[in-house]
Design a protein around this ligand. Sequence first.
Ligand code: ADP
Length: 226
Amino acid sequence: MKYIIIGLGNFGSSLAEKLTEQGNEVIGIDTDMSKVDAFKERITHTICMDATDEFTVSGLPLKDTDVVVVAIGENQGANVMTTALFKSLKVKRLISKATNKIHKRVLQAIGVDEIVLPEEESAERWSKKLCLRGMVNSFELSNDYSIVQVNMPEKYSGKSILDIKIKENYNLLVLTTISHSEVDTAIGKSRSVTNVKGLADPHDILYKEDILVVYGANKDIQRFLK
Ligand code: ADP
């Protein structure tokens, strides 16, 4: 896939780096030459330019680009102008970063396909993590369903998935378990290795240190973790 990421601040640069690592072709754009220099080894291509300038923007390979992400945050004026410009150029998929609710409303009025509020989304994830005992990570599939990673409740240690009756009692499905082990490295130090088992079998035995990966309705997950 081909991406253009505009604004190499914390969010934009992390996103551009990760997409490059995953084998995508990424163009990272910023007005600040020091940012462009800092990331030139870690992003497929970096360009120093002003994304609100229509003439310069028209030189970008927009027809070949699958996704454009406007990741300018603090400078809301530049974000809105850039977003409106790319919207008028009819790019295939346009995503823009909002810094607050009013900014989000302005972007909605421009008709952007998708709006991200990274701080709010991360706060929401953290609030869940802090409220639900034992939750390590979560992936929300919709408003009602999630896949969550939870520390193994102590009472289940040594039992099988079948024994704990998670399906009957909570209507949840155990997808897999994750364990951590320490391995010695060549330089004498030990390193923690994550082992994800394949699809869980009902007869698999659960261990105290394992992490359980569970799928189900949010309300059932909350009941299970109470
Ligand atoms: P974050 O909160 O994710 O760190 P910032 O708002 O701090 O985001 O960073 C946004 C980046 O966007 C900055 O590096 C800034 O130089 C860049 N930027 C701002 N205006 C423009 C523009 N018109 N064209 C391209 N890049 C821009």
